[in-house]
Design a protein around this ligand. Structure first.
Ligand code: NDP
Length: 440
């Protein structure tokens, strides 16, 4: 870690993600000295390659604007590079390197043949017109398309990149590459998308949570669940929770959060889903429609509402040590992460120390990329599976990931450290593949 910090200063998120994995796999590495001789850890800590480029595009007023674009290809040891694209003003190399690093181990956990990558830009789609977004997506792909391909590197969505942006990027890729292949996932249904891909991350997180609860014989019905975010992952998490009979007591966006002390009703949830998915609205508008819902400007939900379960589903480091302490004091007994690395190291430490059910994003949100893997399989076969088929596969993959975490993360008869389990299970497969393939 000291070496990594010296070589790559000013990359705190990247250091955080690497440190978490390295501390979990330390024992395994000590048992296998060949890893050190082969420089395996050092190699895994440096992405295979990084593309960084300028993206120039023309706004609606005819002014030329420039943003940074990146693609971090972290590892293709077990399959083609695979990972989403994020468009958000906060995007920088540290964040994309952490996401690509995590993606490699997450993809390994899914049991599908996918390597790890992540890309994005500091371009913010907020407040941009449809045509500006299209021009930006085209300019982004004009730079990147040669590095992509169904068997090379397959991007998907992430924060700020949904079906519309994937559609524009895939369209331009197809024009440049002159081929119709599954080079992107999260595509529209009429051009190779998979049913259930939009739902997959949120639903998958709920399936993982159900598996965790089952280990302690807990029924999810009527449990109070605090969700953060109100984008793709949060919305489908909340939707499935309502279906399962749980109470969704909070949601958030980048300006603040809403608290529904008695749980959102289906009608309230539908309103929020529509507002955030189709109207580019803000959660601050919700109390105007439903006065029993409180809005807290600039706040996150964790210290504002009592809950049994927390599902942070917005962004990295959105739940800190104080939030974790408040959750635990309120009786929270399970945390299942929809976002990538939403809990700070201090918060993770508190959850593990308290021996609650705590699933890191790497395991709990892997349903999204797993279903992307299923989309790739359907594209290769030129077939489309039904929603029921995809959902059944998603459930079974989440159950398998849970079983892997238990296998490698069991501490004693009453406690599983899911962080340790996910990191070791994900790492071993990648390490074995790297050992077999020689020094690359
Ligand atoms: P979306 O862009 O659809 O939604 C993101 C949500 O988080 C929005 O409500 C947004 O608020 C809020 N948000 C974004 N940045 C911040 C911030 N800095 N502070 C507070 N709130 C913020 O993204 P997704 O739902 O796709 O992604 C959410 C998380 O899940 C990310 O960590 C992503 O990496 C992870 N993930 C996503 C997968 C997917 O399939 N989409 C797969 C696996 C992980 P606002 O509405 O104001 O923009």
């Amino acid at each position: 870690m000291a070496d990594l910090r010296l070589r790559f200063p000013n990359e705190p998120e990247y250091h955080q993600a690497v440190e978490e994995v390295l501390s979990s796999i330390e024992e395994i590495c000590n048992e296998r000295p060949e890893y050190e001789r082969l420089g395996l850890i050092e190699r895994l800590c440096i992405p295979d390659r990084i593309f960084a480029f300028r993206v120039s595009w023309v706004d609606d007023k005819g002014r030329v604007r420039s943003n940074m674009g990146y693609r971090v290809q972290h590892s293709n040891a077990i399959g083609p590079y695979k990972g989403g694209i994020r468009f958000h003003s906060s995007v920088n190399l540290s964040i994309l390197k952490f996401l690509a690093f995590e993606q490699t181990f997450k993809n390994s956990l899914t049991t599908l043949a996918m390597g790890g990558a992540k890309g994005g830009s500091d371009f913010s789609p907020k407040g941009k017109s449809n045509m500006e977004i299209m021009r930006f997506c085209q300019a982004f792909v004009a730079e990147l398309w040669r590095q992509l391909g169904a068997d090379t590197d397959v991007p998907a969505g992430d924060i700020g990149v949904g079906a519309r942006e994937v559609g524009y990027m895939y369209g331009y890729y197809k024009k440049m590459a002159r081929e119709f292949t599954g080079a992107f996932t999260g595509k529209g249904m009429s051009f190779g998308g998979s049913l259930m891909r939009p739902e997959a991350t949120g639903y998958g997180n709920c399936y993982f949570l159900l598996n965790m609860l089952a280990t302690r014989g807990i029924d999810i019905k009527d449990k109070r669940v605090a969700v953060s975010g109100s984008g793709n992952v949060a919305n489908y998490t909340a939707k499935k929770l309502l279906e399962l009979g749980a109470k969704v007591v909070s949601m958030s966006d980048s300006n603040g959060c809403i608290i529904a002390p008695d749980g959102l009703t289906p009608e309230q949830f539908e309103f929020i889903f529509d507002l955030k998915t189709y109207q580019a609205g803000r959660l601050s508008e919700v109390p105007e429609q439903f006065p029993d819902i409180q809005y807290h400007s600039g706040k996150r939900p964790w210290q504002l509402v009592q809950c049994d379960i927390a599902m942070p589903s917005a962004t990295q480091n959105e739940l800190d040590e104080d939030d974790a302490a408040a959750l635990l004091a309120g009786g929270c007994f399970a945390v299942s992460e929809g976002a990538n690395m939403p809990s700070t190291p201090g918060a993770v430490h508190k959850f593990i120390e308290a021996r609650i059910l705590y699933a890191p994003g790497k395991a709990a949100n892997a349903g999204g990329v797993a279903t992307s893997g299923l989309e790739m399989a359907q594209n290769s076969q030129k077939l489309s599976w039904t929603a029921e088929e995809v959902d059944a596969k998603l459930k079974s993959i989440m159950t398998d990931i849970h079983a892997k975490c238990v296998e490698y993360g069991r501490v004693d008869s009453s406690y599983v450290n899911y962080v340790r389990g996910a990191n070791i299970a994900g790492f071993i497969k990648v390490a074995d593949a790297m050992m077999a393939q020689g020094v690359l």
